[in-house]
Design a protein around this ligand. Structure first.
Ligand code: OSB
Ligand code: MG
Length: 369
C-alpha cells in the first residue's frame, strides 16, 4: 500500500436522545475520523474515544496527539505496508492508547480491502452474510419510561435488549421489564458501578433469567469478577476489563467471565480483535460486538468484525436512526427486524459523504509523509 496522506477530522454529532450510563449523561458525540489516502482509494477509520476519560483513560485530545505525533510518523517511517496485520506490530512500542491505534489501523484495513476489491468482512475472514443485533438502552427517568422504551425496541425487532443499571436503578427496574416481557432476551450493563459488597443485588438479578450481566465490578478487576461469577449462575460478560488477547486469556483462565464484549477500539484494532476471536472460539467463549455510540464509519467496522463465526450473540450495533438525525455514511446503517446485511461493496461497504463529513467537522489536519 502506498500511503500518500493521512488526515484527522474532529467531528461532533448531536445524539437524538441523551444517553445515560452509570458514569453520566451524554447529549452529543465528539470523535475523530481518520482518512488514509492511498494511490486510488481512501480508507476510513473512526476513533471511538470520548471527550472525557470516563469509559477509559483516552480522550479526543489525547488520541489526536498520539496519532499526530507518534502513530502517523511511525506509519510513514515504514517504506511500505503490505498487509494491515503489520500495523499493530509497528505500534507495539507505544503502550496502550488503544483507541488511537485502532482508528488508524482500521482506516488501513479499509484501504487494504478497497485496493484488493474485497469487502472488509472478507479481508478479516468473516463468513456470515448477515448479523443479528440488539440494542443498548440508557438509564431512563422512570421505570415506566424504561418499560415503554423497551417495548418500542422490542417492536422494532431487536434481538436482545441491554439495559444500563446503576446502584438504586437496578433490580426493580429490571423486574418491571421482565414482568412486561417474560420471554425477551435481556441483559444488564453496570459499567463498573458495583463492588462485591453488592452481592445481594446480584443474587436478585440472578433470578431474572438475564442472558448476562456486563462489567458489574471495577474496570481494572478480574479477581472480584471471578469471585462473583462463582456465586451466580448468570454469565458475567467483561467489557472495560479486556484490552488485549492477554487480558482475555487471563480472565478466561481465572473464570472472571463466560462471555466477552469485544470492542475494536478498546483492544487496539482489528488484528487484535481477530486474535481474541480465534482464542475465544477455541475456548468456547462466545463473543458479541459492543458499541461506543459510533457514527456509521465505526459501525461499519463493527459489522465487518461481527461477520466472524464466533460472534454468536447479538451485539450493540443498532441502526443509525437510533442515534442520529443524519449519519455521515450512505446508505445509513439499518437493522431490519434486528438483522443487518453484510455489505457487498469493497472495504467498509458504507460510503462516507464528503458534504456530511464537512458539515460536522470542527477541526481538520493533514499529516503528510
Ligand atoms: O458500556 O457498552 C458500553 C456506550 C458508550 C460507552 C460504553 C458503552 C456504551 C453502550 C452503547 O452500551 C453501545 C452503542 O449503542 O453503541
Ligand atoms: Mg459495556
Amino acid at each position: 500500500m502506498n500511503i500518500k496522506n493521512i488526515s484527522l477530522r474532529r467531528m461532533k454529532l448531536k445524539l437524538k436522545d441523551p444517553f445515560q450510563t452509570s458514569f453520566g449523561t451524554q447529549t452529543e458525540r465528539e470523535f475523530i475520523i481518520v482518512e488514509v489516502q492511498g494511490e486510488n482509494h481512501v480508507g476510513y477509520g473512526e476513533c471511538v474515544v470520548n471527550s472525557a476519560p470516563f469509559y477509559n483513560e483516552e480522550t479526543v485530545k489525547t488520541a489526536w496527539h498520539i496519532m499526530e505525533d507518534f502513530l502517523i510518523p511511525r506509519i510513514y517511517s515504514q517504506s511500505e505496508i503490505n498487509h494491515p496485520d503489520e500495523v499493530s506490530k509497528l505500534f507495539k512500542p507505544f503502550r496502550r492508547n488503544n483507541m488511537a491505534k485502532a482508528a488508524l489501523e482500521g482506516a488501513i484495513w479499509d484501504l487494504y480491502a478497497k485496493e484488493n476489491k474485497i469487502t472488509l468482512s472478507e479481508a478479516l475472514g468473516g463468513s456470515k452474510k448477515s448479523i443479528d443485533v440488539g440494542i443498548s438502552i440508557g438509564i431512563q427517568p422512570s421505570v415506566d419510561e424504561l418499560v415503554r422504551v423497551v417495548g418500542k425496541y422490542v417492536n422494532e425487532g431487536y434481538k436482545r435488549i441491554k439495559i444500563k443499571i446503576k446502584p438504586g436503578i437496578d433490580v426493580d427496574a429490571l423486574k418491571a421489564v421482565r414482568k412486561q416481557f417474560p420471554t425477551i432476551q435481556m441483559m444488564a450493563d453496570a459499567n463498573s458501578a458495583y463492588t462485591l459488597d453488592d452481592i445481594e443485588i446480584f443474587k436478585e438479578l440472578d433470578q431474572l433469567n438475564l442472558m448476562m450481566i456486563e462489567q458489574p465490578l471495577a474496570h481494572d478487576d478480574i479477581i472480584d469478577h471471578a469471585k462473583l461469577q462463582s456465586q451466580i449462575k448468570t454469565p458475567i460478560c467483561l467489557d472495560e476489563s479486556i484490552h488485549s488477547l492477554e487480558d482475555a486469556k487471563k480472565a478466561i483462565e481465572l473464570g472472571s467471565c463466560r462471555i466477552i464484549n469485544l470492542k475494536i477500539g478498546r483492544v487496539g484494532g482489528l488484528t487484535e480483535s481477530k486474535k481474541i476471536h480465534d482464542y475465544c472460539s477455541e475456548k468456547g467463549i462466545p463473543l458479541w460486538c459492543g458499541g461506543m455510540l459510533e457514527s456509521g464509519i465505526g459501525r461499519a467496522h463493527n459489522i465487518a468484525i461481527t461477520s466472524l463465526s464466533n460472534f454468536t450473540l447479538p451485539g450493540d450495533t443498532a441502526s443509525s436512526s437510533r442515534y442520529w438525525d443524519e449519519d455521515i455514511v450512505y446508505p445509513e446503517v439499518t437493522a431490519v427486524e434486528g438483522v443487518i446485511q453484510i455489505p457487498e461493496t469493497p472495504g467498509i461497504g458504507y460510503a462516507p459523504q464528503k458534504e456530511l463529513l464537512d458539515k460536522y467537522t470542527e477541526e481538520v489536519i493533514n499529516v503528510g509523509c
